[in-house]
Design a protein around this ligand. Sequence first.
Ligand SMILES: N[C@@H](CCC(=O)N[C@@H](CS)C(=O)NCC(=O)O)C(=O)O
Length: 214
Amino acid sequence: MITISAFHWVPDLARGQVRDLRVRWALEEAGLPYQARLLEQGDQDKDDYRALQPFGQVPIFEEDGFTLFESGAIVLHIGERSTALLPEDPKARARATQWVVAALNSIEPFIMNLALIDFFYTNEEWAKLRRPGAEAFVRRRLAALSKNLGDKPYLDGERFTAGDLMMSAVLRILHYTDIIKSDARLSAYLERCLARPAFKRALDAQLGDFRAAA
Ligand SMILES: N[C@@H](CCC(=O)N[C@@H](CS)C(=O)NCC(=O)O)C(=O)O
């Protein structure tokens, strides 16, 4: 049975955002059953967990003695087992991988830069000075993404791939701002991705685990 790590408890603002959600979603898309290994506070700093995830983060993926960390690597690994995530055609598969990497490398760091300011440093003087530039950068990057998306339903055209899973998981970090809402194309794209039954099942499972632990 596949096991993924997740936190037993996080503050309300993080519920529905913890990165095991991406992996749960990929498993749901692929139709692979899994169980969650819920970490108590401090478990992520123990040697046995650090041996599997050097940075003490969630998620990790475990199956038959094989373990993997980094949500992007895990989603791609799951994708190798399901054409629902990675198409069979090698070129289409490479393009889907390209979008996973773009989400994690060209979009997420800038969104996280803004989110960190908003959630952790909002009252710091330096953050007040930095925020307008950080938001402007995100808006510019997302305008380029929106232009590339154009009228296509998904990043690579007609079909949803792991690239859309990761991009929409990253874009929804901005749910507390109007940044996505102010772009009709990106907003419709995000809605389209998040309307997928597999996403809803994954979100319900993450939130359900927090409720069960309360
Ligand atoms: N690049 C990692 C980031 C994982 C990550 O940031 N996990 C957060 C939860 S969403 C975490 O475990 N934070 C606790 C910590 O960093 O100590 C991935 O995508 O898997």
